[in-house]
Write a protein that binds this ligand. Sequence first.
Ligand SMILES: Nc1ncnc2c1ncn2[C@@H]1O[C@H](COP(=O)(O)OP(=O)(O)O)[C@@H](O)[C@H]1O
Ligand SMILES: [Mg+2]
Ligand SMILES: [Zn+2]
Length: 450
Amino acid sequence: MSSKLSTFICQNCGTETSQYFGKCLNCNSWNSIVEEIKSKRSKNKDTKNNKKSIPFKEISSKKISRFTSGFREFDRVLGGGIVPGSVVLLGGEPGIGKSTIILQSAGKISLNEKVLYITAEESLEQVKIRWERLNQNSIDLKIFAETNLSLIIEEIKSVNPSFAIIDSIQAIHNHEMESSPGSVSQVRACSSELQNLAKDNNIALLIIGHVTKDGALAGPKTLEHLVDTVINFEGDNLSSHRLLRSIKNRFGSTFEIGIFEMLEEGLREIKNPSSIFTNKENIAGVTTTITNEGTRPLAVDIQALVNKTFYSNPRRTTTGININRLHQILAVIEKHVGIKLSEFDCYIATGGGFEINDPSSDLGVAISILSSLKNIPPLASTSFIGELGLSGQVRKSNNLRTKIEEAVRLGIKNIVVPKLEEEINNNFQNLIHIKEISNIKEAVDYSLSK
Ligand SMILES: Nc1ncnc2c1ncn2[C@@H]1O[C@H](COP(=O)(O)OP(=O)(O)O)[C@@H](O)[C@H]1O
Ligand SMILES: [Mg+2]
Ligand SMILES: [Zn+2]
């Protein structure tokens, strides 16, 4: 039994309403609401129950054995490899390289596991042309070009792979629904059917979704709470560097990153990532900080440009740092270093535009700003670590020990850090000079006095 039901769904955030609005009541975006017609199937159909609750002590605790994606950097982002039966969403801008990395990975995985690659956007021939450029080997890799969800499900059932890939979720559709492929309700409905199939058959499923920064292709965004792991593939078209970043992971830590380079023959892992986000030049307006992304310490340059403003409101822009964070740092400098910044424009950019989420980059941002303002290079070969509190104090940083170790590995000579426990300091004697500070004023006096 089926009846037609019309709902209005915001294509930006996925909120459903029974009525049309020009502006979404949830996310406030304009003209994002689209009418979608669902065929409502009687709900009881799929609820035949053959599962029972079982005594907790009877559950075997045998360790789930992950399998490798074929890339160490990819495995790291997944939390140590692919978990059987898990569902991973791989999102990123069109053209960033999602199909490329996954095809390379599919080849490598197929040397040990059964792999099924479903291409819904490209023909078999197109995939084959890419495959030849990537120069991969495969053993148990099958490929299926289809957009119809029920045919895809049949094929997955009949092949029964360990690892299945949907490329991409926006290109497939469920014929029982009248909304168009890529719409929020199609993306959600297709994903949840595929997810159930994966869980029931212990198939690891990787769903590719195109996601744009401005939210123009937001369908996959609405899946984030459904899947086990969400990985973003980032980078800009100007540089060849690409970053995998886990933004949700039921099986590992989040914000873990993997770094690659896009070459003609596909993606190659970068073994020493700190080297690509730093320049090691000692010039006014540039400092180096060491951030923690997931479990990995990473050196990143912070560049500041501070100029007298020509506007009534000074301009503040950032690349790689949250703009609100910059406003806060500027306020702390005004109040606790006593320098008036309201007459100055301030631009901040991280090395390679790398997006820093670690608040301990504050100190590096502040010193870069003051270094540019005064036109004095900061103390040579120095890294800055510390979160700035609103009262000007430099607060503790997470994983400080691994950050200092990374600085040592990179041959950095000085490191400015929040007050340490005695024991950490002892470990680094003769390896690096550690300057402990408790507030912003001390950091400025230490690193910017000529
Ligand atoms: N012949 C080629 N040589 C080098 N790089 C290529 C070649 N063809 C495609 N690429 C790279 O691959 C990218 C497309 O990657 P793709 O995996 O199709 O992206 P997505 O699946 O995320 O849309 C292009 O933007 C380009 O950088
Ligand atoms: Mg693609
Ligand atoms: Zn909305």
